[in-house]
Design a protein around this ligand. Structure first.
Ligand code: ADP
Ligand code: MG
Length: 189
C-alpha cells in the first residue's frame, strides 16, 4: 500500500547548480547505498521546495531497483496508520511490517502537528528500526524545533539521539525550486 512512491525522481534529474548547498559528491556517495548495508540513516533538512522529497525518493528508487524493499510515507500518514492498527488491536503486527523494509522514507516531519500518542508510536517504530534498517527522513524544521513538532522535548531528544548516532545529515539552504519560474518571470517584468 504505502510502499508506492508518490512520484519517481532520480539524481540525474537533480540540478546541482540550482542548489549549491547540496554537495554532488555526498549525494553520489549516498546513492551507492552503502549506508543501507551499514543501517545508517539519512536526514534531509531545509525549507520548502529545496529538493528534500526529491532526493529522499531518488534514494528509494535506487534501492527498489536493486531489489531492496522500500517503504514511503509522510509522517502524518505513517502515524495515522499506526494509530489505526493500535485501535484495531494489531499494533505489534503493523510495527513488525514497518520494521522489515531495508529502506523507509519518512517525509514531511514538521508540517503537521502530531498528537502525543502519535509521537509515542513513531518513537516506538524508530527505536525498533534503530541499528536494524535505514530510515531516510525529511524535515523543514531544525532538530532544535523537533521538541515542538513532537510535543515532547524529552522524547524528541531521545529520537534525535538514535537517529543521528549513525547518520548522514544533508542541510539544504537555498531557494525553492518551485518558485524558480515565478522568479524568472518576475525578473523579466
Ligand atoms: P521539498 O521536499 O524540499 O519541499 P521537493 O523535493 O518536493 O521539495 O521539490 C519541489 C519540486 O522541485 C519537485 O518537483 C522536485 O523534483 C523539484 N526540484 C527541487 N529541487 C530541484 C533541483 N535542484 N533540481 C531539479 N528539480 C528540483
Ligand atoms: Mg517535500
Amino acid at each position: 500500500r504505502c510502499a508506492r512512491l508518490p512520484t519517481v525522481k532520480t539524481l540525474d534529474d537533480f540540478d546541482f547548480t540550482f542548489q549549491p548547498s547540496v554537495k554532488r559528491d555526498q549525494l553520489e556517495s549516498l546513492h551507492t547505498l552503502q549506508f543501507l548495508e551499514r543501517k545508517e540513516n539519512v536526514v534531509f533538512l531545509g525549507p520548502p521546495g529545496v529538493g528534500k522529497t526529491h532526493l529522499a525518493i531518488s534514494l528509494a528508487v535506487i534501492a527498489a531497483e536493486r531489489g531492496r524493499r522500500v517503504y514511503y510515507a509522510t509522517l502524518a500518514d505513517l502515524i495515522t496508520w499506526l494509530e489505526d492498527a493500535q485501535q484495531a488491536g494489531h499494533l505489534t503486527r503493523r510495527l513488525r511490517t514497518l520494521v522489515s523494509p531495508s529502506l523507509m522514507v519518512v517525509d514531511e516531519i514538521g508540517y503537521l502537528p502530531i498528537s502525543r500518542t502519535g509521537a509515542q508510536l513513531f518513537f516506538q517504530l524508530m527505536s525498533r528500526r534503530y541499528e536494524h534498517a535505514s530510515t531516510v527522513l525529511t524535515s523543514n524544521k531544525s532538530f532544535e524545533e523537533w521538541g515542538d513538532v513532537f510535543g515532547d522535548e524529552v522524547m524528541a531528544a531521545a529520537l534525535i539521539d538514535r537517529l543521528v548516532h549513525h547518520c548522514h545529515i544533508v542541510n539544504i539552504r537555498g531557494n525553492s525550486y518551485r518558485m524558480r519560474e515565478h522568479r524568472a518571470l518576475a525578473s523579466r517584468l
